[in-house]
Design a protein around this ligand. Structure first.
Ligand code: MF3
Ligand code: CO
Length: 249
């Protein structure tokens, strides 16, 4: 499938999906606390998605069982919520959620601290979030996907961390994963040129140690090979005339 340019009307619909998703993640941010399980987070999200009149983009996707991915500490992405996984003070949890309203998708992730976290863990969260903001700030018609990846990589590597290569961002619209792929690494001025009306999910995954990841026996949970902490921030953005419009902000 080719890269789709969305009309203003379609982007207005995606704004609604993005707004509803932002609310789900905000509620989770305000609820998370030591002693909760990742399944508790799942239940809250499930209720909020229903309340918004939305449908989960994740549940049933390649048989994925939940509306959230909850990836704790050295888990990078695609951690499956579990009633057996109790969060402890000092943990960091990457929460990824996607939903559909009126046929249009939104996808966003954030890494949340559980209670008080260590200074190095906070530095990882800050660098990852800043790398996403840096990527968003280079988006405009005429910029390239290489500019986007290079912006992420510059912030992450300056902080002494590594960008995950095995998973990438993506186009999004009437499917969760559309063309193009959006790597979190690259070279300025290389790759596809962005055009007004493209909608992308930009999602840096950053490891405190090396970039290598592996998938656990459950077939989903990706973890760092070296056991180091990992963080993940994601926004769905539309390429506007003067820059990015963040639909999940
Ligand atoms: N949010 C992920 C992405 O950006 C997809 C989650 S996989 C699922 O690609 F199975 F949980 F849906
Ligand atoms: Co995504």
């Amino acid at each position: 499938m080719a890269i789709v340019i969305r009309t203003a009307k379609e982007i207005a619909k995606m704004r609604r999906s993005g707004f509803a998703l932002r609310n789900v993640l905000d509620v989770l941010r305000n609820s998370i606390a030591p002693g909760m399980t990742t399944m508790d987070l799942e239940k809250i999200a499930e209720a909020k998605i229903a309340e918004a009149g939305a449908v989960s983009a994740f549940k049933g996707y390649h048989d994925y069982p939940c509306v959230l991915c909850t990836s704790v500490n050295e888990e990078v992405v695609h951690g499956i919520p579990s009633a057996k996984r109790t969060l402890q003070e000092g943990d960091v949890v990457s929460i990824d959620c996607g939903l559909i309203i009126d046929g249009y998708y939104a996808d966003s992730a954030t890494t949340l601290p559980v209670g008080k976290i260590s200074a190095p863990a906070q530095k990882l969260l800050d660098a990852t979030e800043q790398s996403l903001q840096a990527a968003i700030s280079v988006v405009r018609p005429g910029a390239t996907l290489g500019d986007v990846g290079a912006a992420v990589q510059e912030v992450v590597e300056a902080a002494g961390f590594s960008v995950v290569r095995d998973f990438v961002g993506h186009g999004i619209g009437t499917e969760m994963h559309e063309e193009p792929q959006v790597p979190n690494y690259g070279r300025k001025a290389q790759g596809l040129r962005l055009r007004q009306g493209m909608v992308l999910a930009i999602e840096p995954m950053v490891n405190a140690g090396g970039h290598a990841v592996r998938v656990l026996e459950d077939g989903w949970t990706a973890v760092t090979v070296d056991g180091s902490l990992s963080a993940h921030f994601e926004h769905t953005i539309a390429v506007g005339a003067d820059g990015a419009e963040v639909l999940t902000a």
